[in-house]
Design a protein around this ligand. Sequence first.
Ligand code: NAD
Length: 483
Amino acid sequence: MTDFLGDGLIKNYLAGSWVDGDGGAAISVEDPGLEEHMAYCAEAGEDSLARALEAARSSFERGDLADMNPSARGRLMIRIAQEIRAIAQEGGRLLCRESGKALSAAQDEFEEAAQYFEYYGGVADKIEGKSIPLGPDYADYTILEPYGVSAQIVPWNFPVSIAARSLAPSMAAGNSTIVKSPELDPIGLAMLGQALDRAEVPAGTVSILNGIGRDLGARLVASSEVDQIVFTGSVPTGQAILRAAADPVTPSLMELGGKSAAVVFEDADLDTMVSSLKSGIFYNAGQVCSAMSRVLVHRSIYDEAVERAAQMANGLTVGHGLEEPEHTPVASAIQMARVEELTSTARQDGIRVAAGGARLDLKGYFMAPTILADVDPASRVAQEEIFGPVTCFTPFDTEAEAIAMANGTEFGLVAGIFTRDLARSHRVARKLRAGQVFVNKWFAGGISTPFGGVGKSGFGREKGLEALYNYVCTKNIAISLKG
Ligand code: NAD
């Protein structure tokens, strides 16, 4: 039974209590696999935001997390992980319905969220400074301090695991955090709030508010009460947030979009490539920032690669997420329209459709798994983030040409290489403009491997020990021992 449901409305988790909305109209949450209304969510207004900010500030100044014994803080986070696992079944079903993703993928989000809390719980007592030698007349050392109040804005494609990805290191470092849930699928985050509440996090150290991005989100990031912003989402929103952060000079972490390319060399194992593509572009209906949205293939194996990719795409099972199909709907009517518009423009421009290419005639926002072939690298579909189950194949002749094409967008999130030549994989990996390079397996890596972009994919890194340093600032203490 959920703690956050009152009068049929999903409430806000504000400083240890579940509260109604004081914003505008309640936000309607839809099941995209049925195109049916599913629930209403209470929208937090100005008063709720002010209360959350005040509670976060007070809890930080009291030292509720920052001054807690670091091992005890780590144990609190392990308790949160346990509570997340306890709600993963029910939470997964709700998240599956509100997001459209497969049930197992939704449950995996809760498992991944639990792992983030375990991972960062384990480092809560290892956030160490260093001592700097200045000769016998000085003692000099650094300490790593939390920022204070961290404002975190979460996207809808992986709301639970991405929220945990930022919240866990933020808490491990001792910050107080306000999370704004995504308007399309806020229920999974309410479940996360329930796990935090049941683990008895100190009131005020975490609030989770529901609201529309341009209203609540914009007010949260512009607040002078915020000491740090963590944003995961699209480039235009990231740019708007950076503008808002400029006046108060609020440090910001930007995890933005991508248009990531796999480079498939002539010696690649095509079975491996096709199985990577299946998850790389069709997992979560391609709504993944690090999706395998471009595939550059050596001309000598290009036709075979396109044919095998098309065969795989045409063979995927399709259905509502609860039926555990291989292919699920996109998250909303808006997303559907964007994917359809970009794909039909590509068709009109003469780009070859090797598989799919149009919306499926089913109830729900189902785009056919789509393989576009012979795509001009300068075309819109090869340059813009589609954020749907559509990938673009392009042939290349030389390694240098492949690297130039892979690097030829304004993004730089991840990239991939498929080859049996070890020396080539190292050489090319260093030349690819991306925050992470996968070799012979798309989505290789895990919660401990740093993740983030260059160019318009953003800056700063999440995941791994590296991410912890986003959530602390260094203070140097220099002591003269003379006199
Ligand atoms: P979005 O930018 O539309 O929204 C993201 C969040 O920002 C939402 O919670 C929204 O309410 C909020 N928001 C909107 N306007 C705001 C404003 N003016 N001020 C403050 N908050 C505001 O993105 P989306 O459609 O939810 O997510 C998809 C995008 O996120 C894609 O571009 C994807 O690549 C990117 N993404 C990146 C990563 C990563 O780690 N790099 C991970 C997941 C998604």
